[in-house]
Design a protein around this ligand. Structure first.
Ligand SMILES: Nc1ncnc2c1ncn2[C@@H]1O[C@H](COP(=O)(O)OP(=O)(O)OP(=O)(O)O)[C@@H](O)[C@H]1O
Ligand SMILES: [Mg+2]
Length: 499
């Protein structure tokens, strides 16, 4: 079995130390978790191993032999394979081509690309994952988030056709953040198989229960420094949270605000829209309604309906006495704010500043005062513990979780009348989750009406007043959260609609 040693990893961006003398030791055949709050340095460490970011200092050894990681090719040659946090895909080209991107394509007689071979290799890699339902010839843009992730993971297994070298390390940066629980189970199975090949696996996740279950050992970083490292059998959830945050984090949900106010914000009666049907509910100022169901039951699409992205075909729908917005621009103008699920592709303007990203969609005809705008952005940034140097920094320089916090801050900036939150805590660390819960509660107590989805059932029950259950796009139940347990809620995902 291989033994991988990384010593004294340092990386600074200007005056900020993203990594400050971190040591990491990995063993072949074992799954090692890397944990830490948003901005702790996990992705930076991984990019250093991948040769994508150049460390200011680093000693790396595989089985006692020193190696250099000066380029992506160098990392590839020593047998390191990566699935990065950002799923960069080329949507127009086929799944197979996406999987072989950056590799040498098999060629016939050294000339034309051998497409049959390309497709066969891609197919084999997907089959190894148990994901042969994915069509390697289809454009990658047609895949849903889970399948995109599986495609990326499979791509890491496609051996270099020229050298066919063996992998010694697989690195996965938050692979389950976008996966449903069934897809996650498939992935855990794959991770087990990867470790069984004798390779080391380095696994980044914010889900502590998941880490305790599937990892042999865990390293925790805080502010770029190593806090702890050891077998998962010798630690526990509370200890990991303390290591990550340096404090005890409330493992609870903030209490609900006062009773909902009477103003009707949304009224839906017998609405059909795209795949949705039978949607009937009222949402009042200060109320939080969760939207739940099995994966892809229409949760996100219901939110999109209020952004003008899914026009209604029958029934009556109103937003504050008027028709639903016709377009996202129209929706923001009418006081509807939206946190999309696909954060990077749909949400952020990466090269623009944090402040512009938070404030921009809210600006109406009258330009808001710059000072006031800055103040609001600063307050939200503080509330969310946004880790940044200043608000004029480009969003691209923030860690993945902090980018999400920016979008979240944008959704609540200026207290909109209706806030649509699609999986608001995805990819966010434990401490920041609680901050998000408090911020949502505060907004609702000030009169915001909230519609949110989450695949985390305790989170839905902790945050919502009522929960609308969708089954295949159809509204099946509207439940009061008082006294409802997670298993009760889950049973409603299957229970037939009362006549
Ligand atoms: N290109 C860059 N320029 C300036 N600062 C950067 C750059 N890339 C990362 N940083 C900073 O380095 C720190 C570590 O970021 P990193 O992405 O490694 O965090 P992370 O642990 O992966 O967090 P998350 O859980 O949010 O993904 C952050 O403070 C981030 O803002
Ligand atoms: Mg990261």
């Amino acid at each position: 079995m291989n033994h991988l040693e990384f010593r004294n990893i340092c990386k600074s961006y200007g005056s900020a130390k993203a990594l400050d003398g971190v040591d990491l030791s990995l063993r072949g055949g074992q799954v090692h978790a890397l944990m830490g709050e948003n901005g702790a340095g996990k992705s930076t460490l991984i990019k250093v191993l991948a040769g994508v970011v150049h460390a200011d200092a680093l000693t790396a050894k595989v089985d006692g032999i020193e190696i250099t990681l000066t380029s992506a090719q160098a990392a590839q040659r020593v047998g390191f394979r990566f699935i990065h946090q950002e799923l960069n895909i080329v949507p127009q080209v086929s799944v197979a081509e996406n999987m072989l991107l950056g590799r040498t394509f098999p060629r016939r007689f050294g000339l034309a690309v051998d497409w049959r071979k390309v497709n066969a290799r891609a197919q084999d890699a997907l089959a190894f994952l148990g994901a042969d339902h994915i069509n390697v010839g289809a454009p990658a843009g047609d895949l849903n988030t889970g399948d995109r992730m599986l495609m990326k993971i499979a791509a890491a297994f496609v051996f270099d056709p020229v050298t066919d070298e063996r992998a010694v390390l697989y690195v996965l940066d938050e692979p389950t953040a976008a996966l449903t629980s069934a897809e996650s189970e498939l992935l855990f199975d794959v991770i087990g198989r990867l470790a069984a090949t004798g390779a080391a696996v380095l696994y980044v996740s914010h889900r502590i229960d998941e880490v305790l279950r599937i990892c042999d050992s865990v390293t925790v970083l805080r502010d770029g420094q190593l806090v702890s490292s050891g077998p998962t059998s010798e630690t526990n959830k509370a200890q990991i949270i303390r290591d990550m945050t340096g404090r005890d984090v409330a493992d609870a949900y903030p209490t609900a605000a006062a009773a909902p106010r009477p103003n009707l914000i949304v009224g839906m009666a017998g609405v059909s829209a795209g795949p949705l049907s039978d949607i009937t509910f009222e949402l009042r100022a200060g109320e939080v309604i969760g939207i739940a169901g099995l994966a892809n039951a229409g949760q996100s699409i219901l939110l999109e309906t209020f952004m003008g992205l899914n026009p209604i075909t029958s029934g009556h729908a109103q937003l504050q006495g008027g028709a639903l917005p016709r377009s996202p621009e129209h929706a923001w103008k009418r006081g509807v704010a939206y946190l999309p699920k696909e954060r990077r592709s749909e949400g952020l303007m990466l090269n623009m500043s944090i402040r512009s990203n938070i404030a921009l969609p809210h600006l109406t005809g009258v330009q808001a005062s710059v000072r006031r705008e800055r103040q609001m952005a600063e307050t939200l940034g503080r509330q969310m513990r946004l880790k940044c140097e200043h608000l004029d920094q480009p969003v691209a320089q923030l860690s993945g979780g902090n980018q999400q916090k920016v979008l979240f801050a944008r959704a609540l900036h200026g207290l909109p009348d209706l806030v649509l939150l699609d999986e608001p805590t995805r990819g966010v660390d434990v401490g920041a989750k609680y901050d998000i819960y408090c911020t949502v509660r505060e907004a609702s107590s000030k009169g915001c009406a909230v519609l949110m989805t989450s695949s985390d059932l305790p989170e839905l029950l902790g945050m919502c007043d009522r929960i609308l259950v969708l089954q295949d796009g159809r509204q099946a139940h509207m439940l009061d959260c008082d006294g409802l347990s997670s298993s009760d809620l889950l049973s409603y995902f299957y229970a037939p609609k009362a006549a």
